[in-house]
Design a protein around this ligand. Sequence first.
Ligand SMILES: Nc1ncnc2c1ncn2[C@@H]1O[C@H](COP(=O)(O)OP(=O)(O)OP(=O)(O)O)[C@@H](O)[C@H]1O
Ligand SMILES: [Mg+2]
Length: 575
Amino acid sequence: MNESKAAIRAWTRAQARLGLRMARPSIFLGVVSSLLAVVQIWCIANILGPALTTLLPAGGVVSGEVPIWPFAGFIGAALTRMAVNATSEISSAAAGRAARRRLRSEVLSSIVGAGPAVLRQTHSGALAALAVDRIEALDGYFARWAPASVLWIASPFCLFLSVLWVQPRAALILGLCGAAVPVAQAVFGIGAAVASRNQFLAMTRLQARFLDRIRGIATIVLSGRADEETARLAEAADDLRVRTMKILRVAFLSSASIDCAMIIALIAIALADGHHALAAADDADRQNLLRLVINSLFALLIVPEFFAPFRGLALAYQDRALAQGAAAEILALPEPQSVTGGQPVRTVEAHGVTIAFEDVCFTWDASRGPALDHVSFIAPAGETTVLAGPSGAGKSTVMELLLGFIRPDSGRVTFNGADMQTIVPEAIAKMTSWIGQRPVLFAGTLKENITFAKPDATPEEMAAALRSSAVDRFLPDLPDGLETVIGEGGFGLSGGQAQRIAIARAYLKNAPILLLDEPTAYLDPVTEADVFESLKRLALKRTVILASHSTAVHMFSGRRVDLAHGRVTARQGAA
Ligand SMILES: Nc1ncnc2c1ncn2[C@@H]1O[C@H](COP(=O)(O)OP(=O)(O)OP(=O)(O)O)[C@@H](O)[C@H]1O
Ligand SMILES: [Mg+2]
């Protein structure tokens, strides 16, 4: 736990360093904006000062008329400040965008690198929330928090110095009230961080639950549990509401504490300076009185500017808490796997690839024992090896090792004698076709789905793939032939038809290794026999590993390895 906390802290610190580097322009512009505010306020004080002194009992403008320069100065400073603030906003937004792009690509490459193995540990809804919402929410961390974390000291300090120059007494009051703010913020900040972390957890839970229930809608309706599930969803939504309100409450308290400090500063300066101004009003020295009024006005008007960066920091504090929450999730993702060594693989198509498992052990979860326990077998080049075994025997784990998504805890997996870990993942991906239990169809046309692995396939290659996979048998039934839109929201296909599309894809890819993980698990016996027929054609001259507990695998002549509880229990053929 402490280790993970330290990791989160290290990650946030690294991000903060990056964020600060990107926020440099915004910080510089923020300080410039504060200095312009000083000019603006000085001009206003010089406009209001002479006007106010005329109202005093022994009034009369001292130096003749109200000078023109404060008006010109005020307008000039206001326009420049507007431009500076706009540029600063644009630069913050750009920093936020760049950071989100960088983080999103890091997270996506972790997810893609981990492959399906990541879904055994994390809910797909939570992954989607991380890649989309969590990272979107980090915008504030880079666009607001990073500049605010410096400006809350730099800007008030500049303003403090300017007040110290003209009115040391008011500067003292400002300094004292300003120093009280961080104390209050620290108290509320901790509360805000906890509240915001809880809120995000509740949101992720709600998303995962909703996705689950949508996927299982048929089971829910048929089990007559629709009402209960709706009530549960409502509960989760309510939980989210309560937690969101808590954040708002803490945010309200934190902003109220800044307002209090500001009001106290205003009243204290007004009282102290008012007292002196009244004393001066009785003197004959009008020049002195005017200077005093201008200085006091300047000090008073600068108070809201002085506290504005604190408010900016308080608003951005939540963004920091969100970053810490995201850190925990991003760090929980598996590290992108690096290749050790870097030997080129001795292959390929001409001679085929021989795959060997040498004493391989792998454990998903130590409390549940090893999923693979000293597994050794050989799948010779150009032959089919059937992995048979009951559910939970470890067949899919073997497949995931072969796909390179996970690594053996001990032992080696070799391709033509070269340890898989020394082969670059791209080379493995190029050598391998994989067909799982449920083929993935993307929303798009049938043609796009088939040419997914080889977009530049020639019409002849395409025709051959359609014929060999028997897609051409159901093609005439589709409304637009190869251009029919399938996948999510598209034309419905049966399990067997979908599996044929996966086979056609594998034909086009023409890789020397073919991994089949129960490709007929959801098919009826007749369709299963048909699909196996197509697969047999596809298997010719390739190294095939077929995981299945179907009795129909006898259609594949070749070697057979029996697995049970992660151990090899029997071998037939010379495997
Ligand atoms: N994320 C995980 N955490 C803990 N144990 C896991 C995890 N994933 C799989 N296992 C365990 O590993 C073992 C092997 O699982 P695997 O999915 O490889 O089996 P399988 O032979 O493919 O089963 P099936 O025929 O049902 O697909 C099982 O006992 C399973 O419970
Ligand atoms: Mg399996």
